[in-house]
Design a protein around this ligand. Structure first.
Ligand code: GDP
Length: 278
């Protein structure tokens, strides 16, 4: 195991968006461990790094991340989706609706992005046409909290199992958006006990360090319970979620691996960290 091996590894991890300081620390520890244990096999070294990366991801509390979403057995589950435009919110809602429907659940969608032109129609396209679930919607420009309120009433009267709520993602006017999200969240809290059961922040793996900034912004107002990391089917590795986990304690719950309804998976930290340098 020469110097070049560690340098290559360092480069691979940095380009996978694992932060520079984390990578430096990791490589230093690794070099010492390799010397101490006299490890010669590169496969074995990779095993050691992946264990260390999982440790970084899980932190001292070793939370069990490989869990499904917090879905209620006999009551309505409300899931709020947040994230900036273009990260894959609508697509993810469609995929999750498909998955839940396949499990026999009655799913309803709410078009809470009343701001972006075409957002309501796009959700309708995914929900109604592709997956075959109903979408509760108002017209463009209407109050998102009112749409979500109607979605909740519809879900209650139809005895739906899961309500998936889309929201706006314009960051041009951050304060305005955060106020809007807080209001939406208050309506959900008021109308459904213990809801929202999940607040999922959708992040695009290809945006690198920006994802951390977005996670900080959204977690300030909405108590994000989990991350959906999209677009992992491309070249992006999404190593930034290690920093997000380390700094903000937010776990990744789902990953997006393409544009088809079936391209959504439960996050597995072990497989993920292996993918960072595979
Ligand atoms: P939104 O603005 O957050 O609702 O984002 P959209 O759901 O409209 O997605 C933006 C673009 O990203 C669309 O072209 C999607 O097809 C694409 N997209 C979403 N998720 C994935 C994914 O996991 N992989 C790939 N390759 N593309 C994705």
């Amino acid at each position: 195991m020469d110097e070049e091996f560690f340098e290559d590894l360092e480069e691979v991890l940095i380009s996978a968006d694992v932060g520079v300081s984390t990578v430096m620390e990791l490589i230093e520890e690794l070099e010492m461990e390799v010397k101490r244990k006299n490890i010669k096999d590169t496969q074995e070294v990779k095993q050691v790094i992946s264990e260390k990366l999982v440790e970084i991801y899980q932190g001292a509390d070793e939370l069990d991340d490989n869990v499904a979403l917090n879905i209620q057995d006999n009551d309505l589950t409300v899931i709020l989706f947040v994230g900036v435009n273009g990260v894959g919110k609508t697509t993810t809602i469609g995929k999750l609706a498909y998955q839940l429907k396949s499990e026999g659940k009655e799913v309803l969608l709410t078009a809470g992005d009343t701001f972006r032109a075409g957002a309501i129609e796009q959700l309708n396209e995914w929900g109604g046409k592709r997956v075959g679930v109903d979408v509760i919607k108002h017209s463009e420009g209407s109050d998102p909290a009112a749409v979500i309120y109607d979605g909740i009433q519809a879900a209650k009267s139809r005895r739906a199992d899961v309500l998936l709520c889309d929201t706006a993602g314009r960051l041009q006017n951050k304060v305005n958006l955060m106020n809007e999200l807080s209001k939406v969240k208050r309506v959900i809290e008021r109308e459904v006990p213990n809801a929202p059961h999940e607040v999922l922040l959708v992040l695009d793996a290809t945006t690198g360090q920006n994802a951390l900034i977005q996670a900080k912004t959204f977690s300030q107002t909405t108590d994000v319970s989990g991350i959906v990391l999209t677009k992992l089917d491309g070249t992006a590795k999404g190593g930034i979620v290690l920093a997000i986990r380390k700094e903000l304690g937010i776990p990744v719950k789902l990953i997006g691996l393409g544009e088809k309804v079936t391209d959504l998976q439960i996050f597995d930290p072990h497989a993920f960290v292996y993918g960072l340098f595979a």
